[in-house]
Design a protein around this ligand. Structure first.
Ligand SMILES: Nc1ncnc2c1ncn2[C@@H]1O[C@H](COP(=O)(O)OP(=O)(O)O)[C@@H](O)[C@H]1O
Ligand SMILES: [Mg+2]
Length: 276
């Protein structure tokens, strides 16, 4: 599929009120970290939340969410797993280990559709979708067939990351998915010895890019060893709650996502409802 192709009807996911896509131009910029922590924050704030790992080639959600069980099926419907109050589905649960998956476009398309519509998500306020990096088949399959409420684009402040993030923003714009905002991740490092701020990947580019592209800036996140450790140990910083300094930034961003999603839905009008 290409962005220029005839649009297919965007059928709602029964029971799911808001679909939030988290995308980026490049890999390694912190997309999964942001998706996981925002999902946990939304759940802790009282919203019914799911997290769909659409990065079928590099599914990191199981590791970051500390889950590695195999989901069961009831009838035809796959039952999502759940941790930290978030319902979860990932290719990593179905094909664990380090065997690479080799799939072509049409198969990717059907996996994405299966994850969206063949999983028993139940009633959700937010389904957060962790997209693979870039602007490929998975992204297009998803945003052309599901009514994505809005997209969050993650970038680092380096020029190479920003260049690719702009493409991701353009991709969403082309298929009429509202941009909820830009996050600048790995924005700076606070030296633990002298407290000096080191701009490892430059700084401020995310904010400038948001301004240039008419998008909201959702915030800058510093490089933090605790964020990395949280991801690697399956205990993301947002699990420490909104009052804890280690994960507070993600709660601030989650609240902006809630606001942005409400604005985007009111512009788009009431969503169609279909029964199962
Ligand atoms: N703000 C941050 N501070 C420290 N480490 C981070 C931060 N954001 C992400 N990381 C780490 O960087 C690596 C890549 O992040 P990840 O979320 O997997 O990126 P992506 O999904 O874009 O490929 C992971 O090891 C993650 O823990
Ligand atoms: Mg990722």
């Amino acid at each position: 599929m290409s962005p220029g192709q005839q649009a297919q009807p965007k059928l709602p996911i029964p029971g799911v009120k808001n679909l939030i896509a988290v995308g980026s131009g490049k890999g390694g910029v912190g997309k999964t970290t942001v998706a996981v922590n925002i999902a946990i924050a939304l759940a802790r704030l009282g919203f019914r939340t799911g997290l769909l790992d659409a990065d079928v080639y590099g599914p990191n959600v199981p590791l970051m969410m500390g889950m590695n069980q195999t989901p069961t099926a009831v009838g035809e419907r796959i039952q999502p797993l759940e941790n930290y109050g978030v319902k979860l589905m990932s290719m990593g649960f179905l094909s664990p280990g380090d065997k690479p998956l080799v799939w072509r476009g049409p198969m990717l398309h059907s996996v994405v559709q299966q994850f969206l519509r063949g999983v028993d998500w139940g009633d959700l306020d937010y389904l957060v979708i962790d997209l693979p990096p870039g602007t490929g088949d998975v992204q297009l399959s998803l945003i052309q067939t599901a009514p994505v409420t809005g997209a969050v684009v993650v970038t680092t402040p380096s020029d190479v990351s920003l260049e690719d993030a702009r493409k991701a923003v353009r991709m969403f714009e082309q298929v009429k998915v509202p941009i909820l905002g830009i996050i600048e991740n790995m924005s700076w490092l606070q030296c633990p010895h002298c407290d000096e701020r080191i701009d490892v990947f430059s700084t401020g580019g995310g904010r400038r890019m948001a301004k240039d592209m008419g998008a909201k800036f959702l915030g800058a996140l510093p490089l933090s060893p605790q964020v990395r450790i949280g991801g690697d140990t399956g205990h993301p910083v947002a699990t420490f709650g909104p009052e804890d300094k280690r994960g507070a930034d993600f709660y601030a961003i989650a609240k902006l996502v809630v606001e942005g999603a409400a604005e985007a839905s009111s512009v788009a009008g009431p969503t169609m409802t279909v029964s199962d």
